[in-house]
Design a protein around this ligand. Structure first.
Ligand code: NAG
Ligand code: NAG
Ligand code: ZN
Length: 454
């Protein structure tokens, strides 16, 4: 015990880290996809909504009260998440990042209905984090910025932030007690539909100016948004347009030194991105999985919540704990059965020395195909990606390589080239293990040519 203390204080003297590092925490929660019409009696082919009795033949009943993998979130699921976060409240939680897609796409086309549902979610979070600021950003399922939305969130945002939020849905938060600045983007303005709009242009200019000013003031910056740059195996509808994607990446490279982290949602998957400048890893983005369960042809996911640990003076991200709910088990347990638990801690799970572009680059390198001794690492990654939901269809070599390409090639052209290169490498290795087949193929082609000529 005593020796440990001596070693610890020696380490403090040498690194200065103990006197300087002030450990803080923040939550990152995303993609609630709250569906007020969810019912456990609902039909999974109808978004788990109640259907009228006469047409109930072949009814595919939802899994239960906490939700179904093929549907959006029930109120009970979101309430259980909020309750769990309250129990996990350490004194040191400093803020909450809430990255959009609050309401289910299919809920209602009526603006008032959607606004009321957003208000309910806002009230839930206000009760859950009664002494904290929640920083919301807009997803593609959220309404455009407006007076009413601004009023709804005004207790969380300072005046200056409210001004830009009201016109463009973006804002920046300056922390009074540290050199960390939060830059909240409206990534809807990076989409193909908005790319030439006035607010989209205004956001680019504003972002450039904010980053320049931060650099001049020696601040560190967190960039927070709904949709991340890049591509993925899971469909990234409503993501950044090709131009906006390239422009965003250029901006990140230019300011990489002051960007202490990029945080996104949207994908409903747990993954990460490494941004390179002349082949050097210079920045990273972490994508948190959704609170909503998820299902698509490529697999399904359990609901997730993420708590970051950081140095609240410098903004340096130290780690995160990923929490999740085993949805099937929670439904089997019934009322009060939602047991959110810690799934893993980033640095420990992947054996990272720290959370940096270089460490995440080294991790990505282990996820390449052709590194057979690292299959275990890839399987770990895939388990996290699906938030511990066992995938029924396995991810083959081509799929594994697509994951690697998504993590490391954020430019659209580079991603395609990466995937194609992998496909031909895989085809070549498949052929070299079967030498006879190409011979037969060539023979049959020769025969065909002869037949045609004759
Ligand atoms: C919002 O909350 C109120 C009060 O709890 C409830 O009556 C109403 O149904 C909720 N509406 C939506 C859309 O969630
Ligand atoms: C993650 O770290 C926290 C504290 O740092 C610890 O309480 C928890 O048990 C760890 N969880 C896992 C799954 O390793
Ligand atoms: Zn979403």
């Amino acid at each position: 015990m005593k020796i440990a203390n001596v070693v610890l204080s020696l380490a403090c003297v040498i690194s200065f880290s103990c006197t300087h590092a002030k450990i803080g925490y923040f939550w990152h929660i995303t993609d609630f996809h709250y569906d007020p019409l969810y019912t456990p009696q609902g039909d999974t082919r109808r978004f788990c909504r109640r259907i009228d009795e006469r047409s109930s033949s072949g009814h595919h009943q939802a899994l239960g009260r906490f939700g179904d993998y093929s549907c959006d979130s029930s109120l009970e699921l979101i309430e259980s998440a909020a309750k769990y976060m309250r129990t996990r409240h350490s004194e040191n939680v400093e803020f909450v990042l809430w990255t959009g897609d609050i309401i289910a796409a299919q809920y209602s086309g009526n603006e008032d209905d959607r606004y009321r549902a957003i208000r309910n979610m806002t009230e839930l979070l206000s009760r859950t984090f009664s002494s904290h600021f929640v920083f919301p950003v807009l997803g593609h399922l959220d309404p455009s910025p407006s007076e009413s939305l601004t009023n709804l969130w005004m207790h969380w945002l300072p005046l200056e932030a409210l001004q830009t939020f009201k016109i463009g849905g973006y804002y920046t938060i300056e922390q009074s007690h540290s050199k960390l600045r939060i830059v909240a983007l409206n990534t809807n303005l990076f989409g193909i539909r908005e790319v030439n709009s006035v607010p989209a242009k205004a956001q680019w200019e504003w972002l450039d100016a904010v980053l320049d000013k931060a650099q001049a003031n020696k601040e560190m910056v967190y960039i927070v948004g709904h949709a991340a740059p890049g591509t993925d195996l899971r469909p990234t509808y409503n993501a950044l347009s090709v131009d906006a994607n390239a422009k965003y990446l250029r901006m990140v490279r230019r300011h990489a030194k002051i960007i202490a982290g990029q945080f996104f949602g949207h994908l409903h998957a747990d993954t990460f991105r490494v941004i390179y400048d002349k082949d050097q890893p210079v920045s990273w983005a972490l994508l948190a999985p959704s609170v909503s369960p998820h299902h698509d042809p490529a697999g399904s996911s359990n609901p997730g919540l993420r708590l970051y640990k950081f140095d609240s003076d410098t903004g340096k991200v130290l780690d995160y704990t990923q929490y999740y709910l085993d949805l099937a088990a929670a439904n089997r347990a019934g009322s009060g059965g939602a047991e959110w638990i810690a799934e893993y801690n980033l640095t420990q799970y992947y054996g990272l020395r720290d959370v940096s572009a270089e460490s995440l680059h080294n991790l990505a390198d282990k996820l390449r195909i052709g590194v057979p001794q690292e299959t275990a690492m890839f399987n770990k990654y895939l388990r996290a990606y699906n938030v511990k939901q066992e995938s029924t269809d396995n991810c083959d070599g081509a799929c594994a390589h697509q994951h690697f390409c998504a993590i490391t090639c954020l430019e659209h052209v580079a991603y395609r080239q990466c995937v194609e290169a992998a496909a031909s490498a895989l085809a070549a290795s498949a052929q070299s293990s079967e030498v006879v087949t190409p011979m037969i193929n060539m023979l049959s082609i020769l025969v065909m040519i002869l037949v045609i000529l004759l």
